[in-house]
Write a protein that binds this ligand. Structure first.
Ligand code: RUB
Length: 322
């Protein structure tokens, strides 16, 4: 049974009360910890079944979020590793594994963010104006670090229709003392001429180096390219979707139409609301990752070295005796 607290976290993620890929993944790993702590399972098999049910519910909240899926899969995987090592492991021992993985996860994501902030801040020229879109905790860390280092940056932020996450960005930067200007999304084509660099976050990165991020990101990359402004995505390698190495296409989340226009006023009109879009690798100057600044075409080899993955479809071929 999924714990009530986990159900509440699922609702908050769906409603964007918790937004941005990192915050979503962190909340999900925390939720899995709560699920484990609250479990009244008597047998390890019951405990594992509950954990998987909770992980599935959390993973289903936002479809375009490999960091969410990768983080949950990793936590659950360690429980299986423990069971493989010790078939007689008790529920208490499995609970301890989840707690240990949760603590390790938070240490790692904070360390990754710290490295990205350092690499990213170095990439921003002195006195630069940076154009950004939506709200990314990773981009925030880069911009705040550049400000701390005395780079004298200014930021232009798109409001980001329909849910206006750009408002979170401008308030956070204002409070950190960074000069910031808010613009409507459709003004990005004009304001790119005032920018020296464009930096956005990432929800997903595919094996071809393409970027999935808040809808409008691909337009920013396009205008940046035309204006000769380097376009970066600041993203930890957890954002990489390993299934795209095996031909699986990333799903683009389509959210409720009433986020865009009220249903009663626009009855009879089809309203579409994709949350993300795809920026092709050739429009991206580089990904700013915890391993350094990597061009999109080189990302796959970094990922292969950092996280060797088995072909997830190998079992399928084995079953058929191939
Ligand atoms: C947020 C968004 C962010 C990425 C990266 O979309 O597109 O750029 O998630 O964020 P939403 P972070 O508001 O729909 O979740 O760098 O914090 O992982």
């Amino acid at each position: 049974m999924v714990a009530d607290e986990v159900k509440a976290i699922c609702r908050d993620i769906r409603a964007l009360k918790i937004q941005g890929a990192r915050e979503i993944a962190k909340a999900a790993v925390q939720a899995l910890g709560i699920q484990a702590r609250k479990s009244k399972a008597k047998k390890p098999s019951e405990f594992v079944a509950e954990l998987i049910e909770a992980a599935d519910a959390l993973a289903a909240t936002r479809p375009t979020e490999p960091m969410l899926r990768n983080s949950l899969r990793n936590s659950v995987r360690h429980v299986f590793v423990q069971l493989r090592k010790n078939r007689a492991a008790s529920v208490a021992q499995l609970k301890a594994v989840v707690a240990r993985e949760e603590a390790g996860y938070f240490k790692n994501v904070e360390a990754a963010l710290h490295s990205i902030a350092e690499y990213g801040a170095k990439e921003i020229p002195q006195g630069a104006t940076v154009l950004t879109h939506c709200h990314s905790s990773t981009v925030m860390a880069v911009l705040k670090r550049a400000h701390e280092l005395g780079k004298g940056i200014e930021v232009i932020a798109c409001e980001t229709r329909p849910k206006l996450q750009g408002h979170i960005t401008v308030k956070e930067l204002r409070d950190a003392g960074v000069p910031v200007t808010l613009i409507v999304d459709s003004a990005m084509g004009s304001f790119i001429r005032d920018a020296h660099v464009a930096i956005v976050g990432a929800d997903a990165i595919s094996a071809t180096g393409d970027l999935y991020n808040k809808v409008g990101t691909s337009l920013l990359a396009l205008v940046a390219r035309r204006a000769g402004v380097p376009f970066y995505s600041a993203a930890e390698l957890h954002k990489f979707d390993p299934l795209t190495m095996w031909g699986v296409m990333e799903t683009i989340e389509e959210r409720a139409a009433d986020e865009v226009a009220s249903g009663s006023e626009f009855r009879g009109v089809e309203v579409r609301n994709p949350a993300f879009d795809i920026t092709p690798a050739e429009h991206i100057h580089a990904y700013i990752t915890e391993m350094g600044v990597i061009p999109p075409q080189g990302l796959l080899s970094f990922v292969r070295n950092a996280f060797p993955v088995e072909n997830p479809f190998a079992a399928f071929l084995e079953e058929r005796g191939r």
